[in-house]
Write a protein that binds this ligand. Structure first.
Ligand SMILES: [Cu+2]
Length: 121
């Protein structure tokens, strides 16, 4: 590892490192999702590592965040400053699906805590 890489790692100590860098990365904090959109191919098995950047000291949700897509039966939750890799099979039909977090920030009606999954042919 080069000195530059070590410096980058040290400057990002507050952010949990991805445990599976080859998975699609989605991070959540009180400001929303990063990124707030993903594109996957229809019928593919997709791995998403979902990370909460917030600490347990948040009064609004205790640092937990959710990524839910009702139409696909997805309801993933991660605890404060932790991550988990989830797998799902993208639907066969191309389309767009809105995901949301219903834990914090006023819940699923808050447009900040939303993202879009795009399924392409
Ligand atoms: Cu949230």
């Amino acid at each position: 590892m080069s000195a530059t890489a070590v410096g980058l790692v040290a400057s990002r100590l507050a952010v949990p490192a991805a445990s599976e860098p080859t998975a699609l990365q989605v991070r959540a904090d009180m400001a929303g999702f990063d990124p707030d959109g993903l594109t996957v191919t229809a019928g593919q098995t997709v791995r998403i590592e979902f990370t909460s950047l917030d600490t347990a000291f948040h009064s609004d949700g205790g640092g937990w965040h959710q990524l839910a897509i009702d139409e696909l039966g997805i309801d993933w939750k991660v605890g404060p400053q932790s991550s988990q890799v989830f797998r799902f099979r993208a639907p066969d039909q191309p389309g767009t699906y809105v995901w949301y977090c219903d834990i914090c920030c006023g819940g699923k009606e808050n447009p900040t805590m939303r993202g879009t999954l795009t399924v392409t042919a």
